[in-house]
Design a protein around this ligand. Sequence first.
Ligand code: SAM
Length: 277
Amino acid sequence: MSPHDGARAAEDWLTLRRAADSQARDRGASGLLELLMQHLEAHGAHAVVVVDVGAGTGANRVYLQARLPWPQRWVVVDVDPRHLEHPDHGDATRVEAEVATVGHLLADLAARETDPVVLTCAALLDVLPTAELEALAGAVLRHRVPALLSLTVTGHVELEPADPDDDLVRRLFDDHQRRRACAGPEAAAVLTALLEAGGARVRSAPTPWVLDADRSHLLRRWLDERLAAAVEQAIASPDPADHLRALTAWHRRRRVQLDSGGLAARVHHVDLLVLPH
Ligand SMILES: C[S@@+](CC[C@H](N)C(=O)[O-])C[C@H]1O[C@@H](n2cnc3c(N)ncnc32)[C@H](O)[C@@H]1O
């Protein structure tokens, strides 16, 4: 088993979430993108090199490529070689590597490239071990690159209607995210503290998913994935039986609400923009 197995993402899940991700970023983080563009313009950008870490099947590239007003060269990095084969990576340079190596990649690009380099990721930080957050912060600070780090889960979820066992599910899910020495829902705060301690300026913007009857496929899948993680966490706890009973009943109630179109969720994320001083 590879140390990254827990962080791997199914391709159909990445496809399913794309529209909600784009909507969340357009609604919540267009101001951060505008600031990034102003920063690059002030530094004389006529073209940019964009490094996307944890690039998956290319959703971040598809999103940003259409919104950045310059010619771009992309370098996409992922530990999963199957994702790197996805056609949405287009003519990007594909690098099978972990986030911890991004410092070497930035050093290499700094030696070869005259255009500004931008680092980006989406839906990545909360699945990274804290040691990789430290490596990422170190690379951003050392190479003084701007970074747009999107769609990090915060752990805050609002379900309508509320259910007495939402809190149990949240605790189990969040603890599941914290396994393998990951910061999970604290990832954005941990990374922000590391970057600010190193002198970078970090801005944030909320990018919640709004999941209702119009996004019922994603809502159903999100609910099932949330339950699966909570169950895995409950099984590993010292006294799983009560938790498992409560989880099964919670899921049954939620599925009934879903089937009747009577369930909505607001799943909170945060986007970060890091600008070197
Ligand atoms: C939730 S997916 C997000 C993919 C893509 N950014 C998107 O928005 O659709 C997280 C991605 O990060 C990759 N990943 C997880 N841990 C990693 C690590 N330590 N180094 C590099 N990639 C990693 C996974 O293989 C997966 O493709």
